[in-house]
Design a protein around this ligand. Structure first.
Ligand SMILES: [Zn+2]
Ligand SMILES: [Zn+2]
Length: 355
């Protein structure tokens, strides 16, 4: 199994560079493990505190939808446009077409994997496995067998050099569901120059200009949203598959990494791409969810207010309805979406194809 089957991570791209890539990915995904997140969509709805019911008490709610001006310079590959769109329950409305550049506009990506088992945390990024978030330093690599209770782990050579994917071929072979056995015990990292054409992969999403509440929250989206610096926020990384192949699909210190198909994308919110302005008692916005509501950084542990709903959202006077990202450790940036997303799955908003 592979670091990044990413079966659930398809999105329409404005200019697909090669149909073979898309077809190849689809074929590979047939063998990929089940995506994460979908089991949550069956959760029963006991909360009635949807944004609409909450905001109805406040005429001054600022939940007016996405503000395209909040995106950083260079975050969008094209000027946002509006077009007709159909939401998941059939509602006909207007959506922004947002094309993110696919590379953070405000910082370089990486580092991902440390080079030696004596490297400190500055030399690597982070790893998150659904329970914990770790600094990806040399010690973490050295301790893998102990951390995961399996002596097969040994991701370094006799000189203490960490085994890292070193070529585009290795990167792609490690990102397949059937990881090349030679790439077991490798720290997997990609580079911009290993993407097709050596360029960031743009992603276009359709986001309702005004959020529309859904009958019940959903969590089957392949793309959960976009960051203000131009990166897609993806569903959970397939951590079980990654670990069962004795690989680590390293994230950088902003919680993102490359895969060959989607380019650079985010799995953990750790405070990057935040706006400057923060309301008292809240955290800063860093992105938008696919239903059009803002996404704010996680609260520090123990500081979350008790009004957060099952999707980790709440309505405040300053910011209207917005989500708070889960902690990066959880490997799921946004728990679920309370608003409707666009019906067509090639806009990134629909349920995954069967399987
Ligand atoms: Zn990923
Ligand atoms: Zn908040």
């Amino acid at each position: 199994m592979a670091p990044e089957p990413h079966r659930l991570e398809r999105a329409r791209r404005p200019l697909p560079r090669s149909p073979f890539v898309v077809l190849g990915v689809a074929a590979l995904f047939l063998f990929a493990s089940c995506g994460t997140g979908s089991d949550e969509s069956t959760s029963t709805i006991t909360s009635t505190s949807t944004p609409s019911s909450e905001s109805s008490s406040s005429e001054s709610s600022t939940s007016t939808g996405l503000d395209t001006d909040l995106f950083f310079d260079g975050a969008l590959a094209e000027e946002p446009t509006t077009e007709d769109c159909t939401l998941s329950d059939g509602t006909e409305t207007t959506c922004y077409s947002i094309t993110v550049a696919g590379y953070p506009s405000d910082h370089e990506v990486g580092p991902f994997c440390p080079e030696t088992i004596t490297d400190d945390a500055d030399a690597g990024g982070i790893w998150l496995d659904g329970e914990n978030v770790y600094d990806l330093d040399g010690q973490f690599i050295e301790d893998l067998a102990e951390t995961y209770g399996d002596s097969t782990w040994k991701m370094y050579d006799e000189d203490g050099n960490v085994l890292v994917t070193e070529t585009q071929e290795e990167f792609e072979a490690a990102a397949r569901p059937d990881v090349d056995p030679d790439l077991q015990n490798h720290c997997v990292e990609g580079k911009l120059e290993w993407l097709e054409n050596g360029e960031p992969i743009q992603t276009t999403v359709l986001i309702p200009t005004t959020p529309v509440a859904a009958a019940e929250p959903s969590s089957t989206q392949a793309i959960l949203g976009v960051t203000l610096d131009g990166v897609r926020i993806d569903a959970s990384a397939p951590v079980d598959a990654i670990l069962s192949a004795y690989t680590i699909a390293a994230f950088d210190d902003c919680g993102g990494h490359f895969n060959p198909f989607e380019g650079y994308h985010l799995h953990g919110a750790v405070g990057c791409s935040e706006v400057d302005e923060v309301a008292d008692g809240d955290t800063a916005q860093f992105g938008y969810a696919l239903d059009g509501y803002p996404v704010h950084s996680p609260y520090a542990e123990g500081e979350a207010p008790d009004d957060l709903d099952e999707c980790n959202g709440h309505t405040t006077e300053a910011d209207g309805y917005h989500y708070h990202a889960n902690s990066a450790a959880e490997n799921l940036v946004i728990a679920c979406l309370v608003g409707q997303t666009v019906q067509s799955d090639d806009a990134g908003g629909g349920p995954p194809p069967n399987g």
